[in-house]
Structures are given as C-alpha cells and as structure tokens.
Design a binder for this molecule. Structure first.
Ligand code: GAP
Length: 439
C-alpha cells in the first residue's frame, strides 16, 4: 500500500489535503493526474449506465437537503456507529473495528461503554445558528432520487422499470479512517435508484449485481480480485431486504468496494408519510397504483479508483527502459486500461539539445492536443522519460527522432506490448484513435 501512496504523491495522483498545514485526517486532494483519472472513471460510468441505457436518467442535486429528509430516511436515528473511548489516553474508536479489545494507541484495555455516534456532519442553513436551522451534509447521494421521484418521472414520462442516477459528493464523519482513500470523510458516490414493480424486485436485484460487477471488470479489474459477500439478515441496514457487497482484494485485505441493496418500498413510503405527497406509480396497463420497490447499486468512486490503481500497479524486472541495466532492478508500470488512463499519449523529442527535434516534437504535440490528453516531456534521457510515463500508466508514447525530420514519421511505442512502429505524422490522429478504441 505504501508503494501506491508514494507513487500517487510523486506522480501527481493524490495528495494529503491541506498538506502545508500537516494535512487533515481522511481528506484527500486529487492532483493533476488523479483528477483526470477520476473524471475518466465517472465518464465511463455515465456511458455505461446513462448513455447506453434507455431506462436511466441522471440528476445532479445539492449536498444540503431539506432537514426533514434525514428524519424520513431514518439517518437521524440509525446512521450511527458504536463509539468507545479509551479511559487512559482518551482516543476514540469504532468498537466493531477493534479486533482485540485493546487500545491501538496505548495498549490499555479499559474503555467507556459504547455509545451510538451519528456520522452526519451538521451545519446551519442561513445566518441563525439555532436548533431550527440545523442542516446536514448528505451522507449518501441516494435520497434526492426519492424526493425527486415524481418530478423526474413526470418530466421524462418514465415507465417502470426505470432508474434515477447521480454522481456526487457525500460526507461522513467516520470514527476510524485510514487505508488511504478507502475510508474518507468526504468522498464521491455513483448511485442508481432503480424503481421496479413489487414482486419483480428479486429478479432485478440479481441483474444489477451482475451489471455492476461487469462494469468494474470492464474497467480492467481482474476477476480473481473480486468476490461477493451477502449480508446476513440480522446485519442488514434498516431499509434493506437483501444486500450484496462486491469486495476487492486490497493490499490491506478483502474489503467492500461497492454494494447493491434491495431497499423495498421503504424510502418512498417514508417520504410519502413525512411530506404528505403521494410517491406512487400508476400502472396504465393494469390500472393499478402501487409504491415501487427500489434496487440500489451504490459505488464509491474513490474506492474504485484505489482498486484500479492497486490492480494496475506492476513491478517488472529491469530492462524495459535503458535506465535499468540489470534485470534485478525493478521498474514500475501502471497498466491502467486505455479508457481511464489520465494521459493517453506522451510526445518526446529524442534529445532536447537539438532545436529542430524540439520544434518538430512541439508541432506533433500541438497536432494531437485537441484530440487527446497529451503530455510533452523533454527532460532527461529517453529511457528515463519512458520510465516516467510507464509509471503514470500512459498507454502510448511518440518519439520524434532524426528520421522524423526526413520522413515525416515518428516512433509509436505501446506501453503493454513494448512494440515500436513507425507512423506517418499525418496518420497519427487516426491511428491513435483506432488504438485507443481497440478492445
Ligand atoms: N446509498 C447506499 C449507501 O450509501 P453504503 O454501503 O453506505 O451505501 C456505498 O455506501 C458505497 O460508498 C460503498 O460501497 C463505498 O464504495 C462508498 N463509501 C462509503 N463510505 C465511504 C467512505 N467513508 N469513504 C469512501 N467511500 C465510501
């Protein structure tokens, strides 16, 4: 894990937030490459579940919702974890996260009785800071899909089964954090609330578990690093009839990457009760009314990004680039899928002390820039530069050399096969587009 964390910092993927002040626990900044990677993952999710489907629509709603939301959803009462405090050093822990009943800080075994700690961040809406103005930062994106159920369905003339999707920030004042971006206090979720006819929920539940897993594998995660975990009946959330987590084999062990829940008609019923507005569906064919059931696939974008980094990280024996002379030395290659790689093409003049090569390489860079996210790099030996771009998972590198000046062609290097081929500059955009779209 330490290797991933240090690569992320060194190469501009993820930094500690507010690092100049020593950082803030469980908050992370996505750097120049991390932001591009995260954005690519989100785009792929949108493509798979909104663009390529006819039955899912997207919404984008505020982080602060009407405070009544959290009464109706049950979060005010139930969204809590068991908190205990060490009587000796006063460190606080999540009780169920302590494997041995021993303080990880001072080793003592004397704790206060456990109490329920609500994970929602509190704030005030407007300038008056009193009880009646308390609001909460949402701990999940899901609830707007229920409060907007009628508005989205009516405006888009949606017929059951249909889904409402959203990607956005969620906030949880987690008691124990750690494992890098795995458990943060601010993170991003991509969720779908898929409304179905009661009785058809179990079939759709199975379909969504499969679709969700297929999407994750499609982004490049190895199947053997994923497994399913079915929640025991007694451990289900207050709204769920059935939940399956898809777990990933992180360097710190198998842990939840994503979850799919059958939320029954709990949420729509609760909102109808609390708001006085009917959130029901009228079936034109059977002329009957019912409260739809909901299947909810929910994905943490940050957890997926971490899994993708861990899965793509490879240490290979030296010799890929001329920077390692001995096979005993290790080179790092981030084998990110082309779809999500932050930089698609690197443009490198063979040497930088020949102005004509630099000029040509910059022309090639300008030619490619409108089509792909590219990086121009002239610093260091060519081997060192290949090594740097392998480390950031860039799938293609173009080298401009002396032959280029005569023949108007360049060397195109493939990160995975290490094959190099000559391509005419005039064909580069077309060739790269084809290669990036190849399965
Ligand atoms: N709407 C259902 C829901 O929020 P959840 O299991 O609490 O269910 C869904 O969260 C997903 O959100 C998790 O599977 C995980 O990927 C992500 N997630 C939850 N808490 C997180 C945290 N503190 N940091 C990063 N990701 C988190």
């Amino acid at each position: 894990m330490q290797k991933i964390v240090s690569l992320c910092k060194r190469r501009g993927f993820i930094f500690q937030s507010s690092e100049i002040y020593g950082g803030v626990e469980a908050l992370w900044d996505y750097g120049p490459l991390g932001s591009l990677l995260k954005n690519n993952i989100k785009q792929e999710w949108l493509k798979a579940f909104v663009q390529n489907r006819e039955d899912v629509v997207l919404i984008d709603t505020p982080i602060i919702m009407h405070p009544k939301t959290w009464e109706a959803s049950g979060h005010l009462k139930n969204f809590a974890d068991p908190l205990i405090e060490c009587k000796n050093c006063h460190s606080r822990f999540r009780e169920d996260h302590l494997i041995k009943k021993e303080c990880p800080n001072c080793g003592k075994k004397d704790f206060t009785p456990s109490k329920q700690f609500n994970l929602m961040f509190k704030t005030f809406l407007g300038p008056v800071e009193d009880e009646s103005h308390i609001a909460y930062l949402r701990p999940e994106t899901a609830q707007s899909m229920f409060t907007d159920f009628n508005l989205a369905r009516e405006s888009m003339r949606l017929k059951i089964p249909f889904g409402i999707a959203q990607i956005g920030r969620s906030f949880r004042n987690e008691i124990t954090t750690g494992n890098f971006i795995f458990r943060s206090r601010e993170f991003e979720q991509a969720e779908i609330e898929y409304f179905v006819k009661p009785g058809e929920d179990e079939k759709f539940f199975e379909e969504w578990v499969d679709a969700w897993e297929k999407f994750i594998i499609g982004l490049g995660i190895k199947k053997e690093n994923l497994r399913r975990y079915e929640h025991k009946k007694e451990a289900l959330s207050h709204y769920s009839k059935r939940t399956i987590d898809i777990e990933y084999k992180y360097p710190f062990g198998w842990s939840e990457l994503t979850g799919i829940a059958n939320r029954t008609n709990y949420d729509l019923s609760q909102y109808s009760k609390f708001s006085g507005k009917e959130l029901i569906y009228f079936d034109e064919e059977t002329k009957t009314k019912y409260i739809p059931f909901v299947i909810e696939p929910s994905l943490g974008i940050d957890r997926l990004l971490l899994a993708l980094l861990c899965d793509a990280y490879q240490e290979v024996k030296g010799g890929r680039t001329e920077t390692t002379k001995s096979v005993k030395e290790i080179e790092v290659v981030l084998k990110l899928d082309k779809k999500i790689a932050p930089i698609k093409v690197a443009v490198l003049p063979l040497v930088r002390n020949k102005p004509e090569l630099v000029k040509k390489a910059k022309e090639v860079y300008q030619l490619l820039k409108p089509h792909f996210i590219c990086q121009y790099d002239e610093v260091g030996s060519i081997g060192r530069r290949y090594r740097r771009i392998d480390e950031i998972g860039c799938p293609f590198a173009i080298t401009v050399d002396f032959e280029t000046l005569e023949k108007e062609d360049v060397t195109l290097r493939d990160r995975d096969t290490m094959k190099q081929e000559r391509v005419k500059i005039k064909d580069l955009v077309k060739v790269l587009k084809e290669k990036l779209e190849e399965k």
